[in-house]
Design a binder for this molecule. Structure first.
Ligand code: SF4
Length: 366
């Protein structure tokens, strides 16, 4: 069997792994053993899996593989934010960012190479879309980061939280994101609680209901505007799923678990969405949705027309929300010196390749 035909076991969640083992005439419990080796212990050599018999190990070598993307850049910012650029099999690059804080360590994971949604303030959107990631490519980001970070002095893992908030719209790659999230939650893989895994979406309304039914992790929504007219400009997906439909889906999302709240992300763009009136409008539309608001100071990138709102304006906006009873925080900008905002490093790498070619091609045709 050639390498190309081997099953990459990183693509399999527990149910799929059980199927794989039953398919080769083994007992389903082998799935738990192998998942533990791969995801808990970070082992990618079948010969090191000592609780599997010699014959089974030989069989796995023939039929399966554990193919982890290669790290092509590993940078640490002065504030401790660490960023890996990973090369995929087809030459594409994706980025994963680790953000250490006092009480937690958060890994920001990508779900696609580029993004189809073209939000006007987003550097990933500017790169266009290349393809969705496989389960293996999504979960490998956690595997690679865990290996690189090791464990703390108590023997606990350093990554305590995962956010699907890197490049791409995770709900447009749900078939691959779902098994990857199941592995994040699996006690024999990463054992994270649902509260500690957050999926961030621009608001693909029908898929929110699927997420609620299949795997109700914490939800973050990129809102960025309090009215449809403005949101249509910033998040073009809004034309398809306008604010009221989106908020209705958010209410449904929280209905089953009374303690859960949706985190609304709101990027602060100078003179665009940052006035006192916008803040009041936001308070009004969020009304009875169990919510929390994250204000994100905009991180400028080369081709953008936007600028970051001043600290004073952000504070004023935040104070209106807080006075109205909304839990609101301003997100710290992290890793500025290594371009750790969503999509920025991979953007530069790819810019040197495909996007420029495509733009040149289009210009030639025009
Ligand atoms: S903000 Fe998110 S959904 Fe919008 S283009 Fe960027 S990656 Fe895609």
């Amino acid at each position: 069997m050639s390498a190309a035909e081997k099953t990459n076991l990183l693509n399999l969640d527990r149910a799929a792994m059980q199927e794989f083992f039953v398919g080769i005439g083994e007992k389903p419990f082998r799935a738990t053993q192998v998942i533990q080796w791969i995801h808990q212990y970070g082992v990618d050599d079948f010969d090191a899996m000592t609780n599997l018999g010699k014959e089974l190990r030989a069989r796995l070598r023939e039929t399966a593989e554990i193919r982890v993307p290669e790290i092509i850049q590993d940078q640490t910012a002065v504030d401790g934010t660490r960023k890996w650029l990973l090369r995929l099999n087809d030459g594409n690059a994706i980025e994963t960012v680790f953000i250490p804080e006092e009480d937690r360590g958060t890994l920001c994971v990508s779900s696609q190479v580029g993004c189809t949604l073209n939000c006007s303030f987003c550097s990933t959107g500017h790169q266009g879309f290349n393809r969705s990631l496989t389960v293996a490519e999504i979960i490998s980001q956690l595997l690679v980061a865990n290996r690189a970070l090791g464990r703390d002095p108590k023997g606990d893992r350093i990554i305590t939280n995962v956010v699907l908030m890197g490049m791409g719209e995770p709900l447009l790659n749900f078939d691959n994101v779902l098994p990857a999230m199941r592995l994040m939650l699996d006690d024999y893989a990463y054992g994270l609680s649902r509260r500690r895994v957050t999926l961030s979406t621009a608001g693909v309304v029908p898929m929110l209901d699927h997420l609620r039914e299949e795997c109700p992790v914490s939800l973050a929504v990129s809102l960025h505007a309090p009215s449809d007219a403005l949101r249509d400009q910033l998040v073009p997906l809004n034309k398809k799923y306008p604010i009221q439909e989106l908020l209705e889906a958010c209410r449904r999302y929280c209905a089953d678990s009374p303690r859960s709240r949706v985190t609304f992300e709101y990027v602060m763009l100078e003179g665009v969405n940052d006035s006192i009136e916008h803040a009041h409008e936001l308070v009004k539309i969020l009304g009875d949705v169990p919510s929390k608001v994250n204000l994100i100071p905009f991180n400028p990138f080369p081709q953008t027309q936007y600028r970051r709102s001043s600290k004073q304006v952000i504070d004023r906006f935040r104070d209106v929300l807080i006075a109205a009873g909304l839990t609101t925080i301003t997100r710290k900008t992290r890793g500025d010196d290594i371009d750790a905002a969503c999509g920025q490093l991979a953007g530069r790498v790819q810019d040197r390749t495909r996007r420029r070619e495509r733009l040149a091609l289009r210009a030639g045709r025009a």
